[in-house]
Design a binder for this molecule. Structure first.
Ligand SMILES: [Zn+2]
Length: 84
């Protein structure tokens, strides 16, 4: 499945990764509540693509989130972190 990360603020494409097996633990999705999952993740089974809302570097800077050390409470930043 292809996983596409989009910025939820400016809509920019942040990254795309191709995974043979989607390991939700590895991606950090297992710690989301059902509502959070629905808000952040949308799966298109036809194209075998998972769209994930996140934040791009520019918007993180804009929001002043780039110096947040403990990102465990903020999923968008946390999710983006998984890419690095
Ligand atoms: Zn952005």
């Amino acid at each position: 499945m292809k996983i596409c990360y989009h910025c939820e603020i400016c809509g920019a494409d942040i990254d795309e990764i191709e995974l043979a097996v989607v390991d939700e633990k590895k991606l950090g999705f297992d710690c989301l509540t059902g509502d959070e999952r629905k808000a952040i993740i949308s799966v298109d089974t036809l194209s075998d693509t998972m769209d994930v809302q996140s934040l791009c570097d520019a918007c993180i800077k804009e929001l002043g989130l780039d110096d947040v050390q403990d990102q465990a409470t903020s999923f968008p930043v946390n999710g983006l972190n998984l890419l690095h």
